[in-house]
Write a protein that binds this ligand. Structure first.
Ligand SMILES: [Zn+2]
Length: 238
């Protein structure tokens, strides 16, 4: 059986976790606040790759302080970033929390997962000040992609690649050595593709993105499986 590598997801339900384990879907799970960090810490299984970072939706000085021990222990920082579309958190607070986490990741040379919704240009400018290894998750803006390509970032192709021209652009333009696929968890796949999807929607979304990339880039499907695994391993250092 070919292994699937999901470059970005969240804790999800117990049922979803069991599904991922059963199907051997290697998954990078991001814990977005201290409570999630504790829950993730307690999970085990060779299918899980753990990342810790205060999510922009949760940006707040006290939460950052509580998150710092997790950031110090983390092998991968994320998802962190800024968001002007899906949250009302004060922009200045978001930026401070983002920069503090970038500083820490940069000082300790840890790879970082980015969330940049609506703040694509600003976030690209911020990370320039903290050279490192970045993965931009589910990039979905038609503009500013070049600002990240210039900085040699990794990208995950979101599950709506078939429907969303901005996501398609990522699948078409990102170097093959920097591409991965992701679901962002079953909840996000349902949000993007249809609420009635079963658990298997996780697997189908990943397979569909891999097929889409293979066709668009003129590659054998096997080759895309191999590339996304290699890129995931290189980014995560595993
Ligand atoms: Zn996410």
């Amino acid at each position: 059986m070919k292994e699937l590598w999901d470059g970005h997801a969240h804790l999800g339900t117990e049922e979803e976790r069991q599904f991922r384990e059963r199907e051997r879907i290697r998954t990078m799970i991001c814990a977005g606040d201290p409570r999630e960090a504790e829950e993730l810490e307690d999970l085990s299984g060779s299918w899980i790759v753990k990342a810790y970072g205060l999510h922009p939706w949760k940006a707040d000085p006290a939460a950052l302080k509580a998150m710092e021990p997790w950031l110090k222990r983390a092998q991968i920082i994320g998802e962190i970033g800024m968001d002007s579309v899906w949250c009302g958190v004060d922009r200045k607070v978001q930026q401070e929390v983002f920069c503090r986490q970038l500083e820490l990741a940069c000082a300790e040379k840890k790879p970082v997962v980015l969330h940049v919704k609506g703040m694509e240009k600003e976030a690209a400018e911020r990370i320039r000040e903290y050279p490192g290894t970045y993965l931009v998750h589910w990039y979905s803006d038609l503009n500013w992609l070049d600002l990240y390509l210039e900085q040699d970032c990794y990208f995950t192709v979101g599950p709506d690649v078939g429907q969303n021209p901005a996501v398609r652009q990522v699948a078409l333009r990102v170097p093959l050595s920097r591409l991965m696929v992701e679901t962002d968890g079953l909840g996000a796949v349902k949000w993007a593709l249809g609420e009635d999807l079963p658990l298997n929607g996780v697997k189908q979304a990943l397979e569909n993105s891999l097929k889409w990339i293979a066709q668009a880039r003129g590659l054998e499907l096997e080759e895309v499986y191999r590339l996304t695994e290699e890129n995931f391993r290189r980014f995560a250092g595993i």
